[in-house]
Design a protein around this ligand. Structure first.
Ligand code: ZN
Length: 88
C-alpha cells in the first residue's frame, strides 16, 4: 500500500484507479472524479442515451434525464436506471 499522496492524484469514482488530475481536459468531469478513460466512456455512452431517448439538450427535462444517467454511470447504478428508464 502506497502512502504517497500526490497533489495531482485523484481516485476515479468509476474504476477506482488513480489518475493524474492534470490529464483531465474536460472541466465538467470534475463533478464526478473520473479518469480520462472513464470520462471518454461516459461521453460515448451519453451520445448513445441521447440518441436512444431522443433527448433534446435545450429542454430542462431532458437535461435532467441525462444527469440521472450520468450519476448512475459513475455511481455504478446504471443497470437499475436502464431497467426502469421512466422511473424518475
Ligand atoms: Zn476510471
Amino acid at each position: 500500500m502506497r502512502q504517497v499522496n500526490l497533489a495531482m492524484s485523484k481516485t476515479c469514482l468509476r474504476c477506482t484507479k488513480e489518475f493524474d488530475e492534470s490529464t483531465v481536459e474536460d472541466p465538467s468531469s470534475q463533478k464526478y472524479p473520473s479518469c480520462p478513460e472513464c470520462w471518454k466512456e461516459w461521453t460515448t455512452y451519453a451520445v448513445m442515451v441521447m440518441n436512444e431517448m431522443r433527448l433534446d439538450m435545450s429542454l430542462p427535462e431532458h437535461r435532467k434525464a441525462l444527469k440521472k444517467y450520468e450519476k448512475g454511470f459513475f455511481e455504478k447504478t446504471i443497470g437499475e436506471i436502464e431497467k426502469n428508464p421512466e422511473n424518475k
